[in-house]
Structure formats: structure tokens, C-alpha cells
Design a protein around this ligand. Structure first.
Ligand code: IMP
Length: 810
């Protein structure tokens, strides 16, 4: 490692001991590590060819990979030797790793899930590929000015990206606009071709995805848009340089920036372009690879290829594969459709209506004229089959149709994905239930065999071994390190919960993680917190349905109680918030401001001492999560029941020994099943109750009037107690609550506040609390993404592991 590091510093970066910066050291380190992946990477790809393995393609518009250095060292088992080599050269690994930019090409759960799946697929030795977009700018950087979120661009490629390999040889044309030409071929068959289209080139960038302590190195291939003009010399010869430059800039905007919306559709033409751009390049690449091994026929396509659609964002792959099969390969409709449906699986990630993708037919047809025709044909054939079944199904045509007719025609991408895939899965048991019985209930009787559940998971390598080395070491000392690849083995630590010295060690680890978090809070926000306080964390995207506002209302109530009873001595409490709001999401941004205003009031009130503190850590992302989660005592997972598809933050906290305060929503339901009622705090309305309350007519005002503590809190927010210079500042929040409260904050407030009293009582009993913490870790085995991916491989992809053996070096 040392020699390799020094070689790269000198020969790759051309630096010596006088000129090398810390970034140069970081880059040399990455190159040295990458070198150790190269043979495995090549051997992996060659083995897949030799074995003619069935490949799994995970198509996702987002991959939230975070940092890669420490992960690669862990997987290669090089952490110790590298730290030693660096120490001998007078450098520290932990300082170097902080130089790495997060690869933050995603918004939240959906993108991080894709990253956890890549890790698990490589660890399970599955022949898998991630495909997406190499955004020049990932999710924006969040800064806080005067309590408000300010967005700045995430220029993560500013210093280059030492992990990626540019692949100019994998370059595909992608078409947009134009029209469909019909003609008769030599046999007299009517055929279609897409003509007069504009073209953009997609160029591949590859990133290695190493498995944990095996020889597998899979590939993440991300596409960057390049202008065709660069490749067309005639254009330059015509002398129109200015147009050449502006055309180039325009076509390259496709991969410029990630759309920063989580669980909401912006509906912009450029977004649809991004979706088709990466799907078209990916399918060309998949077909090329398939044909290398199967030049004779497409018959074996679904036996060689499984494509998983991460939400509907890549669902245009369904008509695109049909177009390739029909127009380029000359297959008939029946054959093409059969192969297509067998190839695709669709994962739904949300039930929020504002997040379901629907594209206006005009826009879709202008951008992708041939695809719109194919979608109409798919729809016609699907609806004809339904009509044949007679009532009651035939009476539901309008609800089932891929085309929505009301209020301007739209393509419903979820319906397209359901009709065009052999598998439709939700991401937690409750979510799948809602898909089957509520949002896609019309499809359930038609395709009962398609609907299935795959509860999300997280990779235990990043989310325990890497982020919480203290706890990982303690666990490994007692039960060995088998849990790293078989998380169910964590059960074995439960046997130690009765051992007082183990519990003490457990508390020591948590205390030092909490002390580190307290330091971070101080350095980031200048707030000094009691390192012994209960740490409550709500870190996730800012969204009304996730109900950060309910936490704020509760902590205002706590503040009022302390002010009313200055002598009381509750356990000191620190509330930690972190999360980005979509730049156009007014209410979510106002909640960030409210958190800061309340923090200002609470943190500066000397009469409270350390009994209550509030901190908002800016720029939440993978690396910040890795720092916050190990220091949490209580994980706040309080979305309105029936709104959060799964959540994965909930799993990360439980795996790091935090106890959940949560609603019966998403995977919280399954966390409760695993850890047991005594090791979790559940409160509030159930999904069924919110749904009946909604239809029966919910009156938030009756809660406001009937609950004096709640009323006081809302009045303070509404009357400017936290915004003296702008008394109406937070009115939009209280107006929304009192004028309808779509997420039932008022209805759930009394139960939430009561639940926290039980939490505090449990925390006061240190031994009981430690046992709860241990139980949460011990029983989190189900939430490994290894388990999730194994289920996908068996039930959806029909894919087998392909172990990689390295040739013995002579
Ligand atoms: P791709 O899968 O075609 O994108 O190629 C990725 C890598 O697979 C190449 O860089 C080669 O290392 C390997 N590879 C490509 N074609 C073959 C083949 O025909 N036999 C064995 N290995 C191959």
C-alpha cells in the first residue's frame, strides 16, 4: 500500500513531498485502493461472460452512494494495513477520508436503497449492474442563513472523481422529438421508424462496486450526455461555431443536475428527457451485451436479463424495449410483449398522489412520438382483454387505463409499469397491503400473481461496521464477525444482555458516540449540549407527511412545561433535526425556519439550563447520517400512518441501538414485530384509522379546542412568539393545521406527548434502557439488505450467485 501510494503520488499526480496537498494524498490513496480492485473487477466481468450468467440490471435515476474509500478498505480487508502505512508516512486515514465528496446523486430513501442494494448484490455474488445518470451536480448543498435554508450547487466533480473510469468506447446515440414514418419492408410487412429526431450521445462512466470480502466487483454504469456535434466534424467545417457551442451546451444539460424533489413530481420536460436518455442508453448496452452471448435469437432474453425498475422513473424502458424488439429487431407484437413482460420487475416506492408520475400526452408524444404510439397499443390490447372479462371489471376501464382522461390526457406511468412487468412489489408489508387494497386495488384481481412484498433493508457494512466501529467491535468480541454477512446472527448478543458488565460496555460505546455527536453539534451550530442528555433524532427529508412539525409542537410543549415549573428536574433532552427541503417546497422550508426560531428561543433561555436543547445540523446526507445515527438514544419515525412506504432511517437507528418512537407506518410495523412491544414506543392513529377519519370528516379544531396544551403551542406559533419581528411568519403552518390538517398532527399530538412521558420513564432506568437498546440491535437482523436482495433474486429475478475465483498469479 505504501509503495503504491507513493508511486501514484509521484507518477499519477506528479507531486513530491514539497508540493503534495492533502487532496493529492487522498487521491493517491484512492488510486492505490482502486488498483487492488482492478483484477477482481475484470475477472468478475469475464466470469459473467464465461458462465453466461443471468444478469440483473437495477435501473435507478438515483444512487446515493456516499463516500467510497472506507467502504472499499473494509471490503478488501485493508483498513488496518492502510492505516498503518499512512501512519508511517505521518498521515491519518480519518483526516484523508473527510476529503472525499459524498457521491450524492439522489434525494433520500429511494436513492440510498439503490446504493445498499448494490452493496448487497456484490456481497451476495450476484451478476448485477447499476445503471443511472452521472449528474454533474447531485443534491444541492444546504446552508442555513438566519434560520432559512439556502441552496448551493453540489459541484462534486470539481476535482475529478478518482473512482470512476471514463468509457468513451461505450457511446450510444439517444433520440428525441421527430416523427414516426411507416413503410413496407421487402416482405410487404408494415413497419415503423422514428425519423427526423434530434440526437444526443450517452457516454459511460463506470464505478467499481466491491462485495464484502469476496472477489466480486460489480459495475455501476452512469451515463453523461455529450453533444453529437463534438463528433460531427462537418458541423465545424460549416463554420457555425457559435451554434455548435450553444447546441452542445443545450444537449449536455440532460445530465447536468439531479431534480431535488423527494416524493413529489415536478413534471418538467427535462426530467422526462433524463428518464428516456438513461433508459435508451442502458437498453442499447444491455442488448449489445446479450447479443454477444446470444447472437442467434432473442428468445432467451428473459432467461439472461432481469431488469428492475426503481419506481416508475425508468418505466419508459417498457415501451423502449418494445420499440427495439418491434422496429429494430423485427419481432411481432405477441413475441415482443411476452419477452418484455418477463424481463421487467417494478418496485413502487410511494402512495402519495403528488408523487405518482403522470405525463401529459402532448408532451410525451412530442418528445417520444413512437413510444406514445406503443403505449396506446399496449393500453388498447390490455383494455380489450379487460372488456372480454365482462362486468364488473369491464366497468372499471377508466380507472385501469394507462391513459388518464380527466383534466387533460396523461400517461399514468405506474399503470404502464404494472401492465408491463411480471412483478410489482411494495417495500414494506403495510405498503404492499395498501398497494393491493387501495391505490392499485383495481389491478389486484387482474394480476394477483404480480403483487408481492419486499421489505426494504440496509447494508450492515456501512450502517454498523463503518459508521459505528465501537459497537461493531464490542459485538464482534462477543459473537465473532459472522453478523457482517448474516445479520440474523446478532440475535446471539441477546444472551449477553443479562450480563451487567456487557451492559456497561454497551453504555460506554453509546456514551462516546454521544460525546462525539455533542462535539459535532457544537462545531456545526455553536450549541452546547449536555452529552448525557437523551438524544432524540429526526433526520430525513423535510416533508409535511413526515411530521417534523409534530416534533416541534411537542418540544414547544416541553418548553412551556419547564417554564411553568422551573424547579422540575426531567432528564435533560437534546432534539437533533437534519434534512433538506425541496427548493420549491414552501411549507417544508418554513418548518426549517421554525425549528431554528424555536432553537433560538430554547437554547438561549438560561432558566432552562441544559434541560432542553435543539439543534438543526445542516446539509444532511449519507456522511452526516453516519455521524449522527450512532449517537442517538431515540429514533423519531412519526410519519402519518399510511404515508411512508417503508423508511430505512428507522432501520439504521435500530441497528445502532436507538429505541424507536414511531407510528404504525411503513417498516415501523415490522420493526415492532421483530423487537417486541416492550422495546419500541408506538403511538397514534393507524393507517386504517386515518383513512376512516378522512372519509368520516376530520375536525382538527375540536382537538385544538379540547386540548389546552396543544392550543397554547399553536397559539404561540401563530401569534409570533418565535418570530417577534414578523408575527405572521409561521401563520401558514397553523392555518394549514387548523384548516384541515391533512396529516393528522392535531389528532396524534396528545398520544405523542404521552408516549414521550413513557420514553422518559424508561430512560431513567438505565439498566432497562440498555436492555432495550441491546434488544433493538439483536433483533434487527431482518433489516439487512442482504435479506431483501436475496428475496428479489429468488422471487423476481430468478438469478443465482456466481462466485469469482481469481487466477493464481505465476
Ligand atoms: P461488457 O459486459 O460487455 O460491458 O464488458 C465488460 C467487461 O467484460 C470487458 O471489459 C471485459 O473485461 C469483459 N468481457 C467482454 N466481453 C467478453 C467476452 O466475450 N468474454 C469474456 N469477457 C468479456
Amino acid at each position: 500500500m505504501k509503495a503504491s501510494f507513493q508511486n501514484h503520488l509521484r507518477y499519477s499526480l506528479v507531486k513530491d513531498e514539497y508540493s503534495a496537498t492533502r487532496r493529492d494524498c487522498f487521491e493517491s490513496m484512492v488510486r492505490a485502493v482502486r488498483d487492488r480492485l482492478v483484477d477482481r473487477w475484470t475477472e468478475t466481468q469475464q466470469t459473467y461472460y464465461r458462465r453466461d450468467a443471468k444478469r440483473v440490471y437495477y435501473l435507478s435515476l438515483e444512487f446515493l452512494m456516499g463516500r467510497a474509500l472506507r467502504n472499499a478498505l473494509l471490503n478488501l480487508d485493508l483498513e488496518t494495513s492502510t492505516s498503518r502505512a499512512l501512519a508511517e508516512m505521518g498521515t491519518d486515514l480519518s483526516q484523508l477520508e473527510d476529503i472525499e465528496f459524498d457521491a450524492a446523486l439522489g434525494n433520500g430513501g429511494l436513492g440510498r436503497l439503490a446504493a445498499c442494494f448494490l452493496d448487497s448484490m456484490a456481497t451476495l455474488e450476484l451478476p448485477a449492474y447499476g445503471y443511472g445518470i452521472r449528474y454533474e451536480f447531485g443534491i444541492f448543498f444546504q446552508r442555513i442563513r438566519d434560520g432559512y435554508q439556502v441552496e448551493t450547487p453540489d459541484n462534486w466533480l470539481r476535482y475529478g472523481n478518482p473512482w470512476e473510469i471514463e468509457r468513451p468506447e461505450y457511446l450510444y446515440p439517444v433520440k428525441f422529438y421527430g416523427r414516426v414514418n411507416r413503410y413496407h419492408d421487402r416482405d410487404g410487412t408494415l413497419r415503423c421508424e422514428w425519423v427526423d429526431a434530434e440526437e444526443v450521445m450517452a457516454m459511460a462512466y463506470d464505478t467499481p462496486v466491491p462485495g464484502f470480502r469476496n472477489n466480486t466487483v460489480n459495475n455501476l454504469r452512469l451515463w453523461a450526455a455529450k453533444s453529437t456535434r463534438e463528433f460531427d466534424l462537418r458541423y465545424f467545417n460549416d463554420g457555425d461555431y457559435e451554434k455548435a457551442v450553444s447546441d452542445k451546451a443545450l444537449s449536455e444539460t440532460i445530465s447536468k443536475v439531479l431534480y431535488p424533489n423527494d416524493n413529489a413530481l415536478q413534471g418538467k420536460e427535462l426530467r422526462l428527457k433524463q428518464e428516456y436518455f438513461f433508459v435508451s442508453a442502458t437498453l442499447q448496452d444491455i442488448l449489445r451485451r446479450y447479443k454477444k452471448s446470444h447472437p442467434e435469437s432473442l428468445d432467451a432474453f428473459p432467461d439472461a436479463v432481469a431488469i428492475q425498475l426503481n419506481d416508475t422513473h425508468p418505466a419508459v424502458a417498457i415501451p423502449e424495449l418494445m420499440r427495439l424488439f418491434l422496429d429494430a429487431e423485427g419481432l411481432g407484437w405477441g413475441k415482443a410483449w411476452d419477452l418484455t413482460v418477463k424481463t421487467f420487475g417494478y418496485t413502487n416506492h410511494t402512495v402519495l398522489p403528488e408523487a405518482l408520475e403522470k405525463w401529459p400526452v402532448d408532451l410525451f408524444g412530442r418528445l417520444l412520438p413512437r413510444h406514445l404510439e406503443i403505449i396506446y397499443e399496449i393500453n388498447q390490447r390490455f383494455l380489450d382483454e379487460i372488456r372480454k372479462k365482462g362486468p364488473p371489471l369491464s366497468e372499471q376501464i377508466a380507472d385501469l387505463s394507462i391513459i388518464e382522461e380527466d383534466g387533460g390526457k396523461k400517461v399514468r406511468m405506474s399503470h404502464l409499469a404494472i401492465v408491463g412487468s411480471h412483478s410489482v412489489n411494495g417495500v414494506s408489508a403495510l405498503h404492499t397491503d395498501i398497494l393491493k387494497n387501495v391505490i392499485f386495488s383495481r389491478f389486484q384481481p387482474i394480476f394477483p400473481e404480480r403483487f408481492n412484498n419486499k421489505t426494504n433493508g440496509i447494508t450492515p457494512r456501512r450502517w454498523l461496521a463503518l459508521c459505528n466501529p465501537g459497537l461493531a467491535k464490542l459485538i464482534t468480541r462477543r459473537i465473532g464477525d459472522g453478523w457482517l454477512t448474516d445479520l440474523s446472527r446478532l440475535r446471539e448478543i441477546e444472551g449477553f444482555a443479562a450480563d451487567g458488565s456487557f451492559r456497561e460496555e454497551w453504555r460506554d460505546v453509546k456514551d462516546s458516540n454521544k460525546a462525539r455527536l455533542a462535539d459535532l453539534i457544537k462545531s456545526e451550530t455553536r450549541t452546547v449540549v449536555d452529552p448525557k442528555a437523551i438524544v432524540y433524532c429526526q433526520v430525513k427529508r423535510m416533508h409535511e407527511y413526515k411530521r417534523q412539525l409534530l416534533s416541534v409542537m411537542h418540544l414547544i410543549a416541553l418548553y412551556n412545561r419547564l417554564k411553568a415549573d422551573p424547579q422540575s428536574s426531567p432528564v435533560p433532552k437534546t432534539f437533533v433535526f437534519s434534512g433538506k427541503a425541496a427548493p420549491g417546497y414552501f411549507m417544508a422550508k418554513l418548518i426549517i425556519k421554525l425549528i431554528h426560531s424555536v432553537a433560538d428561543c430554547v437554547n438561549h433561555d438560561r432558566s432552562l439550563g441544559d434541560r432542553l436543547k435543539v439543534a438543526f445540523l445542516p446539509n444532511y446526507g449519507v456522511s452526516l447520517a453516519e455521524k449522527i445515527i450512532p449517537g442517538a438514544d431515540v429514533s423519531l419515525q412519526i410519519s402519518t400512518a399510511g404515508t411512508e412506504a417503508s423508511g430505512t432511517g428507522n432501520m439504521k437507528f435500530a441497528l445502532n441501538g436507538a429505541v424507536t418512537v414511531g407510528t404504525l407506518d411503513g417498516a415501523n410495523v415490522e420493526i415492532r414485530e421483530e423487537v417486541g412491544d416492550g422495546n419500541i414506543f408506538i403511538f397514534g392513529l393507524t393507517a386504517r384509522e386515518t383513512s376512516s377519519l378522512r372519509s368520516a370528516g376530520y375536525s382538527p379544531l375540536s382537538f385544538y379546542e379540547g386540548h389546552p396544551e396543544l392550543r397554547q403551542v399553536l397559539d404561540m406559533i401563530a401569534d409570533g412568539f418565535f418570530s417577534a419581528s414578523q408575527p405572521d411568519l409561521f401563520r401558514p403552518l397553523t392555518d394549514s393545521l387548523l384548516g384541515g390538517d391533512p396529516y393528522f398532527l392535531l389528532a396524534d399530538f396528545p398520544a405523542y406527548a404521552l408516549c414521550h412521558e413513557a420514553v422518559e420513564a424508561a430512560y431513567r432506568d438505565r439498566e432497562r434502557w440498555t436492555r432495550m437498546s441491546i434488544a433493538n440491535v439483536a433483533r434487527s437482523g431482518k433489516f439487512s439488505s442482504d435479506r431483501t436482495v436475496r428475496e428479489y433474486a429468488k422471487d423476481i429475478w430468478n438469478a443465482e450467485p456466481v462466485p469469482i475465483r481469481l487466477p493464481v498469479k505465476k
